[in-house]
Design a protein. Structure first.
Length: 248
């Protein structure tokens, strides 16, 4: 069942999103060769607490960290670690913020030092695909319109869209309905209505779209070992239009 959110609930989630966006802005200033994803984990945990917010991922289904930190061929759910990042890496930092019970979810991929032209293109295409998906997230459209906009653009640029992990509704808990695939056909799936709040979070691979899971039970990585990037916003469909709740 899809739970439609009230104006008050959306406003509260927007406040959580502002904290999350501010945290990502600070992370962008931190990332450079020699810094570890564990350093970022510690920073995020402290930043949220200073802003009277909580890392909602910590403890979720046994997950131990405030962030997911996915490096290079890791698609998502990478564990923060103390190994220093190096020139040419990319790292995706994903987090869910709880502010007075309201949740917001956002992930961003960051280049570490100088990266290759292919990696620059991967990051640019993935980010652009997110906003193309958001353009289709409006009352009267369908979920398939979002996925089609993302997939058709990404594949036209020579990359692939991950199928195993998708966007999702968010509200009282991290994962609610509707499911939001980043692939599909236009005019298919659930019709979008005012009050819906969900994430759009395309994960885009340089090579094949298939993934494999690490032995830790969480971390997914590309089946062929090539790079993967992700950008994610939480959006709300309102009578005034679509609002990006986690906008930077």
């Amino acid at each position: 069942m899809i739970v439609l959110k009230s104006e008050r609930e959306i406003k509260s989630m927007h406040e959580a999103g502002k904290i999350l966006a501010a945290c990502h802005r600070e992370i962008a200033n931190l990332i450079r060769p020699g810094v570890s994803s564990w350093d970022i984990e510690v920073f995020v945990d402290e930043f949220l607490r200073k802003h009277d917010a909580k890392p909602e991922q910590k403890g979720y289904k046994g997950y131990e960290y405030a962030t997911c930190a996915s490096i290079n061929d890791e698609i998502c759910h990478g564990f923060p670690r103390k190994t220093p990042l190096k020139d040419g890496d990319i790292v995706t930092i994903d987090m869910v913020v709880n502010y007075n019970g309201a949740l917001a979810d956002s992930a961003w991929s960051y280049a570490v030092g100088e990266v290759t032209r292919q990696t620059e293109k991967l990051l640019a295409v993935t980010k652009e695909s997110l906003y193309r998906g958001i353009e289709q997230a409006k009352a009267g459209n369908r979920i398939g319109d979002i996925g089609y906009a993302i997939q058709s653009y990404v594949e036209s640029e020579g990359f692939s869209v991950v199928r195993d992990f998708i966007g999702h509704g968010i509200g009282a808990s991290i994962h609610e309905k509707p499911d939001v695939p980043h692939y599909g056909l236009p005019n298919r799936g659930t019709r979008l209505k005012e009050g819906m709040v969900f994430t759009i979070e395309p994960m885009v691979n340089v090579g094949v779209y298939q993934s494999k899971r690490d032995n830790n039970g969480w971390t997914a990585r590309t089946a062929d070992g090539k790079y993967s990037a992700q950008y994610e916003h939480t959006i709300a469909i309102t009578k005034e239009g679509t609002i990006i709740l986690t906008d930077q």
